[in-house]
Ligand binder design. Structure first.
Ligand code: IPE
Ligand code: IPE
Ligand code: MG
Length: 251
């Protein structure tokens, strides 16, 4: 018997509960100012602050930011070093304010690659803010969508080996809990700044039915007006999840 989705599944989007952002364009922003790329990364921190404040004001419940991909280690060591330094400083600088605003902060990715100092700071930030409930901020670092799929498959295989999961029962529902961000709804809106129209190994599994929004604005230039434009665009979308369009329903 084929199961048909309930007719209410297709719906007009309003405020996205979960926004995922590829924060791209820091390097170009710096180059336009004849500055090193690290200058752009530092400037990008201001846009992160503005975006968190905007999410709090607009009632967005989950914000997932792509801060460092599993491929970004391929960059020159000076840039990677500057980024690590920035993460450390940002963790110290921002955490009080985030906690005050009831933001729960988590770090998503293969964290073992980071220095002890960074890992400790990440862990402290996550523990300190764990019971905050106004906004969940997922910071993806050394994250890759393919890494996520591999770690999900590995953990599922381990559950099979322990006799907790029947391999024959593995399907989308039983595999889903092993992916990162399984405890929050899938992103409703994906935003990529910086003009590139690609996902760059971000949340490959989780973006299956996410609405995509691309802007040429470079990440450090992102402000309320830019985010409002993304929200307006999203509000005009009809999310169908494979259903027939609303106008065609019943025809
Ligand atoms: C995004 O900006 C930040 C990271 C990937 C860490 P980029 O550094 O990729 O900036 P562009 O794309 O080169 O301008
Ligand atoms: C994606 O941006 C990763 C982050 C924003 C952290 P990249 O600049 O690394 O992506 P590509 O290289 O343009 O695909
Ligand atoms: Mg880039």
């Amino acid at each position: 018997m084929t199961s048909r989705p309930a007719p209410h599944v297709a719906m007009r989007a309003i405020v996205p509960g979960h926004i995922a952002i590829v924060m791209d364009g820091n390097g170009r922003w710096a180059r336009r100012r004849a500055q090193p790329r690290s200058f752009g990364h530092r400037a990008g921190q201001k846009a992160v602050r503005a975006t968190v404040a905007w999410c709090l004001r607009n009632g967005v419940g989950v914000l997932t930011l792509f801060a460092f991909s599993s491929e970004n280690w391929k960059r020159p060591s000076t840039e990677v070093g500057a980024l690590m330094d920035l993460f450390l400083k940002a963790l110290d600088k921002e955490i009080d304010e985030l906690h005050k605003n009831q933001v729960r902060v988590r770090f998503i990715g293969e964290l073992s690659a980071f220095s002890e100092a960074i890992r400790t700071r990440m862990q402290h930030a996550a523990i300190r803010t764990a019971s905050n409930a106004r906004l969940t901020l997922n910071v993806c670092v050394n994250y890759g969508g393919r890494w996520d799929a591999a770690q999900a498959a590995r953990r599922a295989a381990e559950a099979v080996a322990r006799g907790e999961l029947d391999a024959a029962m593995i399907d989308e529902q039983t595999l889903a809990p092993y992916f990162c961000l399984a405890d929050v709804p899938a992103p409703d809106l994906f935003i990529r700044t910086g003009g590139e129209h690609r996902v760059s190994n971000f949340l490959l599994w989780q973006l299956a039915y996410t609405e995509l929004y691309f802007t040429n604005t470079l990440w450090p230039d992102v402000d309320d007006a830019e985010l409002d434009r993304a929200l307006d665009d999203y509000a005009r979308r009809e999310r169908r999840f494979g259903c027939a369009p609303t106008a065609a329903r019943g025809g």
